[in-house]
Design a protein around this ligand. Sequence first.
Ligand code: CDP
Ligand code: MG
Length: 689
Amino acid sequence: MKFLRQKILEQRKSLPIAAVEKRLVEEVRNNHTLIIVGETGSGKTTQLPQYLFKAGFCRDVKLVGVTQPRRVAAVTVAKRVAEESGVQLGQRVGYSVRFDDMTCGSTRIKYMTDGLLLREALLDPRLSRYSVIVVDEAHERTVHTDVLLGLLKNVQKARSQSANELAGRANSNNDTNLEKDNGVQMASPPKQGQVAKLPPLRLIIMSASLDARIFSEYFGGAKAVHVQGRQFPVDVFYTLHAETDYVEAAMVTIFQIHLEEAPGDILVFLTGQEEIESVEGLVRDKLPQLPEGNRNMVTVPIYASLPSEQQMKAFMPAPDGFRKVILATNIAETSVTIPGIKYVVDPGVVKARNYNPRTGIESLNIIPTSKAQALQRSGRAGREGPGKCFRLYTEREFEKLADSTVPEIKRCNLSNVILQLKALGIDDIIGFDFMEKPSRMAIVKSLEELFLLGALTEEYKLSDPIGNQMAKLPLDPIYSKALILSSQFNCLEEMLIAVSMLSVESIFFTPREKQEEARTAVKRFSSPEGDHITLINVYRSCDEFLESGNANSSKEKTFKNMKKWCKENFVNGRSLRHARDVHSQIRDHVKQMGLRIASCGEDMLLFRRCLAASFFLNAALKQPDGTYRALASSQMVQIHPTSVLFRAKPDCIIFNELVRTNQNYIRDVTRIDPMWLTELAPHFYARQD
Ligand code: CDP
Ligand code: MG
């Protein structure tokens, strides 16, 4: 154990950022807003919060909060930092992400998602528990980061005003309520009837890309400092011809590296859980075909929705003499740094949200990365020594890539953030000081959508109780609406399960070589009414199975049983476990809100009517040629082949999401009666035929 601590200490000292610890702490003392730019892996995320703690920024029970765009990053980094500080995770160092809180009253360094901090602001608008907020990975420009920066600007203003007023009062009264300590202003506990006295909020924006200018300009010329990184040369290879199937190409490349290149781990960038799991399966099947001495390779996945206890596996070294292949989404681009990587396989694609404000449709598309992303990815191979990056596309294609990625706020549905801003009392959305303004059309469309869902009044104010309730739930507005409505339809039990199952990726697991078997297994659960009820059936069957076992069986036993059940039924165990987690958390939320939790029993008609009443914006009608027309947008769409209604093709359906690959596919589909739409959503459908 001693040895391990020593080793960790040495590692920490050798990070590029360690050389500038004093200077960084000084800069934070002297600047209320500071921008820190440093190459990925230089130690920004793990070290800076520890430096700040050491320097006294957490005195007076204040926290250093660090936001991450991704939950995996928040969780894994918090674990690492707890380990480095020699404390138990959840005590001094903790994390909090949606549906998973590992903090306590004595937590001082708190890693969280940017979305979570936005939610905290609803309860504590001045973020009074924090002395410092670090907005990490700001270059990612997720919609939550952008909105958070706007909000933090306001909070900073509010808190320095209150601090100034206090300072003024303190001077004139010769009162020593405020003492200066290490540059952190400290206040004594508030007296009754007084507004809490708060030190100014320090804000640190950290980014991996070199473009600090936009952040600096947005924060009135805030100071930027650069942390020099260390980077070894990386040889970049392109394909000679365009690849038609990048998954296949990635497979071939992984095995080529394994058979021909020197030892060192491989990092492969894929687009999502499904793809990662399919490559995992393919590698597993192919390994036994290799010559005896060459089978020393293991794969580990890492992606956003991976249960946190499994995320850490990616960081563990492979067994002696084995090569580790990390199958990752773009989360491994900058958010997490995994040691030991020497080879990068980059198919050059990423799954991204896209929003068309004209039709109001948000979709998930697989699109080419930007040049900046490609460079970040290849850089991951040169952290510890010279490396190689295999780009699975041609050099000419690289030249054609866009320089950088469009901020997410410009390509997503804004209903979610607008609802939150409204709940924070920010009514003028178009006038809000966004770092980069979304188009007026996108704002108007989202306002309209929230109005149609009943969250806003005709004056576009938050409605009571619906809008208020919707803002409290940590879900997409449409899911929140479905839950609220379902308590009136007597089917909140069912809707809770449906929403939890829809919140995770791919419940069914279809190995390429066992497609027939998997299809038969799905049939056991499938409902002729559609995917929502099918998902409920899966959830409940698993519950029944677990309950039929010994009620007193240990946690490990239950875990094992569930794993076995999932395997036999071609259900994705990781996803189902995640869904069960989500379920218990949302259940607590709706209980707290006082919604009536009831079940519709056998009467699934009620449940489907409730779906129609909530998802009416996602209704589609069958066309003579068997495709569908989405009613709200008039887009032509098709039922995804994984849907249980793919063959049945009912006349009228609602769907959960639209995914664009080579086709417009709708996923998670349920049969409804078209008359329900005019009956249950007359404000939208009465004017149409
Ligand atoms: O934030 P930045 O990209 O500058 O670096 P970091 O995430 O703080 O990582 C610094 C070092 O910690 C790297 O060498 C990582 O390999 C290591 N690290 C780790 O071993 N395990 C983690 N869970 C996170 C980081
Ligand atoms: Mg970082």
